[in-house]
Design a protein around this ligand. Structure first.
Ligand code: OAD
Length: 251
């Protein structure tokens, strides 16, 4: 039986008045679609070591292993669908005049649910780029005899995701920071808020005056600092917010 979700009067007032809204999303948003998170019990980083699979050095040591791990994750991701949390976020984009979704997720489920105003902070698992020349490549042959497939320049292709020790895409981070600084309402949803610089965005927003709401199944590092903590599943909580907005004429 899901918990009853109740929004505070202040949050209700902010939802009705805010024009500039930012949502930071993390792996918890895709959990109800059947995608493992990283740090929960049974999460990916409990079963696998990031230093073996998600660093440039790991790829240099064993490109085949890294490519195959991402191929396994791609297959899983392609077999699942967006859940009510993704759908509610895509809906919120249409309701608020200035909206930005900042996602740490690489699974493309927000895009599948219809989100358009989004920045991918950690890349997208559906794209590849060359480990040598860094060109984004979409025309590799998945049945290629080489694992990983090769870029026309001769380098190995790798997934276009951000690995530990790598910088985030500069434009994406800049857009996310600017929107967070201007936000009136900021949601941190389904993220442990442990990975920086993404985890700095709720603080940036808060210091600049935003009302910060966290939606998570448990408390996180940022919980003591947020204005409102909605404990519960993203796929149950976000639809309640959208329903409230609709009931109050925001469509
Ligand atoms: P984590 O696995 O660190 O955190 C997932 C969060 O989602 C936890 O705080 C859970 O409590 C919460 N959660 C789980 N199920 C939920 C649900 N149904 N509804 C709401 N919350 C739920 O994932 P991220 O914070 O996204 O980076 O991790 C950040 C980055 O660390 C990832 O982008 C990835 C990883 O290493 C890279 O690969 C660069």
């Amino acid at each position: 039986m899901p918990n009853r979700i109740s929004l505070s009067p202040t949050l209700e007032e902010k939802l009705l008045s805010a024009k500039k809204v930012v949502i930071l999303s993390g792996a918890g948003v895709s959990a109800e679609s059947g995608i493992s998170t990283f740090r929960d019990k049974g999460g990916l980083w409990e079963k696998f070591k990031p230093e073996d699979l998600a660093t440039p050095a790991a790829f240099q040591r064993n490109p085949k292993l890294v490519w195959e791990w991402y191929a396994y994750r791609r297959k899983k991701i392609q077999s699942v669908k967006p859940n009510p949390a993704h759908v509610a976020i895509a809906r919120m984009e249409k309701i608020f005049p200035e909206f930005l979704l900042v996602t740490q997720n690489v699974d493309n489920l927000h895009q599948k649910a219809g989100s358009k105003k989004l920045v991918e902070l950690h890349g997208n698992i559906n794209r590849n780029k060359c480990f040598s020349c860094e060109k984004i490549s979409s025309n590799f042959k998945p049945d290629s005899k080489t694992v990983p497939p090769l870029c026309p320049c001769g380098g190995y292709l790798r997934p276009d995701v951000v690995w530990f020790g790598e910088l985030l895409p500069e434009n994406a981070l800049e857009l996310a920071q600017r929107a967070s600084l201007e936000a009136e309402l900021f949601f941190s949803v389904g993220t442990s808020a442990l990975v920086y610089p993404a985890a700095s965005l709720p603080f940036l927003a808060k210091e600049a005056g935003a009302f910060v709401v966290e939606i998570n199944t448990g408390e996180t590092e940022i919980s003591p600092a947020v204005d409102e903590l909605l404990l519960g599943k993203a796929g149950e909580t976000l639809p309640v917010i959208v329903e409230f907005l609709k009931r109050n004429g925001k469509k």
